[in-house]
Design a protein around this ligand. Sequence first.
Ligand code: PMV
Length: 342
Amino acid sequence: MTTYTTAWKSPSNIALVKYWGKKPEGIQIPSNSSISFTLKNCATTTKLTLVEQADLEITVLLEGNQEPGFVPKIEQFLHRISGVFPFVLNGKYTVDTSNSFPHSSGIASSASGMSALALCICDIAKEKGLLAEKDFKQTASILARLGSGSASRSIYGPMGQWGEHPDYRGSSDEFAIPYTDIHSVFTDFCDTILLVHRGQKTVSSTVGHGLLKDNPYATARFAQAQENMIAMKSILKSGDLDAFIALVESEALTLHSLMMSSNPYFILMKPNTLKIIEAIWAKREKDAVKWCFTLDAGANVHFLYPQADQAAAKAFIEEELAQYCENGAFIHDEVGMGAERL
Ligand code: PMV
């Protein structure tokens, strides 16, 4: 009866070209390619202990307290990845996990949480002699994807790209790859997450992705995303911030328009999401700043700006944007270098 212990810290990420919709075949195969900034501060730390035994037994601790609510999700994850590593179904797991961002802040922890767990499992597979170092990160990305699609991109910094695309060499639907061909302005780009709504989302990502199946705009959207990936590639290289702003904001609003055009339709933005967007647009109009927003599948706003503008952007947040955040809360983050073993 062997005991394995390992720990990883893995970050969240924010997509610039969004993944929304899955192909019917396979598990978590995206309908289009996507690319994200890996974050630095918003991360999940997971310490995993696995004691080999015949049955599967899972205990989850969140910030030190038992969290039985997370067990079914982890159990489903282990069943999915058992196709890659059958050993995962025979053991007693203690998953001791904590997030750097406040619990129920409305920040999705699936990307950071699932990637941290996937990396821990890969450590154990490596220790068992089932995984070579050269395949480590790619396999971790495959496992993370099976937990949550966007989690596949969190393995790498400063950016992760996921989903087959002819213009992205080595790209795959199965795993993400690091993306580094970027202008220096983007290597430390800032993302302040404005916490508009801390409550539970009314529609989960899983349900949201599924609704694309019958969305009349889906086919056009998937083609548009593939086109946007081409444009994004040259923007990231040149550092053209005007083109960056136009593409990133369009992607965010397209994501939410897909939600509004699904059947049943739904809206995840809140009135203050729009207030913030309007304030950013007014500021840009007035002062010609190169600041913009993007959105996740939720009401929070990711406010994006270059590191060089940090002082002015932070003043703007305090003076004009914080009033629209729940309890005035926001989290300063920036582009980071990906997951790390502890
Ligand atoms: O990984 P999921 O299934 O939670 O989907 C994430 C989808 C978006 O965050 C809205 C976009 C993305 O590409 O991360």
